[in-house]
Design a protein around this ligand. Structure first.
Ligand SMILES: Nc1ncnc2c1ncn2[C@@H]1O[C@H](COP(=O)(O)OP(=O)(O)OP(=O)(O)O)[C@@H](O)[C@H]1O
Ligand SMILES: [Mg+2]
Length: 299
């Protein structure tokens, strides 16, 4: 496969509910290997419905899903293990009695056995800082530890794309920092991160691609600086222009037609107004993109 080919590609995906209403309308975007995508949108905008499509849990009414150059909407089995989901509520995901049982559940189901299985479990627990917790009862873990255990489960299954639906909910500051640090390390190892979150100012420094949903429509699709500008004048600002033209960002163009802000890297004010219109709290004024992270120096 060509290295530049996207890991995951969503093409004109539309979802209609049984009552005839649209959950998603003509959504198109792609995710390159080893990149970080943030999906934002107001409550009820369709984020979880989209996530379920990325996992192959829902068939599109029209449109296609491609994974690693293979059509996946008609054969969702090829996504199994490859795309891992970390639920908003760890309680809905933890299935084992002990930490070790739980982390091995996914890879066992994918057919791993023996030394390979033990190695996957050990490495995954190490990656999330839960080495030494193997025999602990899952119910005795703290909220942050449970969230990290669910992440270990998808790592043990060797997922190359990890989808996290509001993973910071209920975590305190140290717990959120721990999780963000782990995600940054995973991305450095080549894993793609797809993060559904409202906390834009805490994660955008790490984000290559921002997607915004509004009532089932992808209203923005491009780099974060393309929407909210970059007061620090980071390199990302120049990437936007390239992205806006060379990649032909569909959502960026759509937002641009709407208001003129979608493809303008200096459109911080207009971008903030758009975020508000879409029901998303904009990052504080004056905060540069580089500062939009929980990982401040010394933390
Ligand atoms: N089976 C269904 N039939 C009809 N409408 C549905 C169905 N499932 C979800 N919806 C509606 O689709 C919309 C999008 O739901 P979704 O759960 O994707 O929102 P969300 O963006 O994840 O919101 P939140 O931020 O609250 O998690 C909502 O209005 C929801 O009520
Ligand atoms: Mg949701």
């Amino acid at each position: 496969m060509n290295n530049q080919a996207p890991l995951l590609e969503v093409k004109n995906l539309t979802h209609r509910f049984a009552d005839g209403t649209y959950g998603l309308k003509d959504i198109s975007f792609s995710i390159k290997a080893g990149t970080w995508t943030v999906l934002a949108g107001a409550n009820g905008s369709g984020k979880t419905v989209l996530v379920r499509h990325l996992l192959g849990l829902l068939p599109p009414d029209s449109g296609e899903l491609w994974y690693s150059g293979r059509r996946a909407d008609t054969r969702p089995g090829i996504l199994r293990g490859e795309v891992g989901l970390v639920f908003q509520e760890p309680e809905h995901q933890i299935v084992g009695q002990t930490v070790l049982e739980d982390v091995l559940f996914g890879p066992e189901n994918l057919g791993l056995t023996g030394d390979e299985l033990s190695r996957q479990g050990k490495e995954a627990l190490e990656a999330v800082g839960l080495t030494g917790f193997e025999e602990r009862e899952c119910h005795s873990l703290s909220g942050g530890e449970k969230r990290r255990l669910t992440l270990a489960g998808v790592l043990a299954a060797r997922s190359r794309l990890i989808v996290l639906d509001e993973p910071f909910t209920g975590l305190d500051f140290p717990g959120s920092l721990d999780l963000l640090r782990i995600l940054v390390t995973l991305q450095q190892k080549g894993i793609s991160i797809f993060l559904v979150t409202h906390d834009l100012e805490r994660v955008l420094a790490h984000t290559e691609q921002l997607l915004v949903l509004d009532s089932g429509t992808l209203v923005y699709h491009g780099s974060p600086s393309g929407l909210i500008g970059d007061s620090a004048g980071l390199a990302a600002g120049s990437r936007v222009e390239a992205a806006g033209t060379a990649d032909g960002l569909a959502g960026g163009t759509r937002a641009g037609t709407d208001s003129g802000a979608g493809t303008d890297s200096g459109a911080g004010g207009a971008g903030r107004a758009l975020l508000e219109k879409w029901g998303i709290r904009p990052p504080p004024k004056g905060l540069s993109l580089r500062e939009m992270t929980w990982l401040k120096p010394g933390t």
